[in-house]
Write a protein that binds this ligand. Structure first.
Ligand code: CA2
Length: 145
């Protein structure tokens, strides 16, 4: 099983600012944690971060035929990106949306996700744990097919 983890804008800053909202771990720390977990589950993963919407769209398109599932934290693009939503729908790869913070308890504009309706489900508010829960969710979903 091959899973692609995608990370949107500013997540490269994790662990350096706003630890109250997003925790103290860097994205590299989370990647290492998820790599350890995926090894135990015999899952191959790739981690990718971009601040550029089109690069995330390209990665989703390129995942077709290569990855069985996608776990995505689209970050701010969650609330704005029709392009990412359309790309997820176009490739027909089962996708789980994840967030570190609980977007439903924050500002009104964060409560709306344009990307979640293209996904099989959304996990939000468990910090770095959302990445592990995303891994388990996509694995269970793919095994149930
Ligand atoms: O809670 C999440 O995972 C978010 O996707 C994080 C995004 C935010 O726009 C979404 O509404 C919810 C923000 C990621 C920015 O991360 C930073 C990390 C450190 C310092 C500044 C920003």
């Amino acid at each position: 099983m091959k899973i692609l983890f995608l990370n949107g804008p500013n997540l490269n800053l994790l662990g350096t600012r706003e630890p109250d909202k997003y925790g103290v771990q860097t994205l590299k720390d989370i990647e290492n944690y998820i790599k350890d977990e995926s090894r135990k589950l015999n899952i191959e993963i790739q981690f990718y971060q971009s601040n550029i919407e089109g690069e995330l769209v390209n990665k989703i398109q390129e995942a077709k035929g290569v990855y069985d599932g996608i776990v995505i934290n689209p970050a701010a693009y969650t609330h704005t990106s029709v392009a990412i939503r359309d790309a997820i729908l176009a490739v027909c790869i089962p996708t789980v949306e994840i967030h570190l913070s609980n977007i439903h308890t924050r500002e009104d504009f964060r409560k709306i996700s344009l990307t979640a309706p293209a996904c099989i489900g959304q996990i939000t508010g468990f910090g770095a744990g959302s990445y592990k829960l995303g891994l388990i969710a996509i694995k269970d979903y793919l095994e149930s097919l």
